[in-house]
Design a protein around this ligand. Sequence first.
Ligand code: SF4
Length: 501
Amino acid sequence: MSTFLGMPDRPDRPGAPAVPTAPRGVGHLRGGEPFKMAARRALGDSQLRRNLGKATAHIRTKRAAAVAELPDWEELREAGRATKAEAMRHLDSYLEQLEAQVTARGGTVHWARDAAEANQVITGLVQATGSASAVKVKSMVTDEIGLNDALAAAGITAYETDLAELIVQLGHDKPSHFLVPAIHRNRAEIREIFLREMDDVDPALTDNPPALAEAARLHLRRMFLSARVGISGVNFAVAETGTLCVVESEGNGRMCLTLPQTLITVMGIEKVIPAWRDLGVFLQLLPRSSTAERMNPYTSLWTGVTPGDGPQEFHLVLLDNGRTAALADQTGRQALHCIRCSACLNVCPVYERVGGHAYGSVYPGPIGAVLSPLLTGVEDNASLPYASSLCGACYDACPVKIDIPSLLVYLRARHVEEAQRTHRLPRAEAVTMAAASWVMADPRRYAAAQRAGKSGRALSRGGRLRALPPPLSAWTRARDAPAPPAQTFRQWWRESGRERS
Ligand code: SF4
């Protein structure tokens, strides 16, 4: 067998399903429709824009207040950044330490190179319990590998138990935000989904938020009490002790992590942190950045199996799925520092207008625009690094100081280089840049170009250029531009007599 993270493959513990040989697959990371086209359609949905604008503005205001309470916020950010950098630098050692600790405390660790392998391992584990269903804690990584679809193909029903994920699942929809997967839905739409999809709902249900929450609570309770298998992701994994940590707000996670006999946790390998003391930094950074809370209402921590208390069988599935390739990229690897707080989504002017679906990948927003191409290879999500105005708000908001704007520029450059390498005909950008370089290399050519540019004034109205001929129409289709001035800078310089002084 090949190697994983440069380390020898390890056999699973006796009795656990063997890791099968599977075709490579990246699950739901690969983009489909280019961002520009999906965004144009999203912009035409005024209800979606109203829902998003209202929700992101509310979260932004709350977060700013929660962060302002801490005088050492910048020091915490730096500590978070440094801890993540250290974890990535020695990722192989920390993962081996984590595996040893989890195993020593009664858990079983499985290694999955990609989505297909992870899905086969998890499906085999659920089938081994004899159960045809599982309850789930909200988890981006299980969305990434398309776990629910893989389980359904094997006749296993996965029930989402987070309220927003439940809304998404019942609505046959896709999440559009890390923390608020149903941010694109308003309460009237949620009521309509519940009435249509829930067998046990009161037909007189109103769209009052407490009534909607109570309907979901009653619906979910039956599942919690009968579930034999729980499936979760993980926020942090402490290598030093083998302790796993899940934070959440509703208590559904605590139910999934403690009530079933078997617990299966899926973890992207970048979630490991070196030591127990590091958790203190992230448990301050994450809640304030994500839900604007001082601490998460529910912080669940567990280490292996405790006899007579909680799940008696625990499996940890460690997932690569492109992460080692991202790690090997010295510039791009900082995207693996992400703690999925969603602060960058909430401050992004592009995300606020188009929502998460336009990104076409499980990870939306500014971090998705860099993480998805790094995990799949730039060509499979080539439009995403351009889904940004490079305003820099995401960098300012990020609790672990990921320099997303620089990563976006870096990935654009990689995409251009790749396109130049593989396309025989020069791309429009390359032709334009070559022409600009030729013009700017000679003062006379540059002055002639400026004089020619003035003729564009004839196309202006009210001091703005609103429609230009192709290929410049690509710019004016969605924006206008100031009309060229009546006088070039050189003319002004000459005529004002400064040239002689
Ligand atoms: S990139 Fe930073 S701000 Fe964005 S989700 Fe990740 S940790 Fe949060």
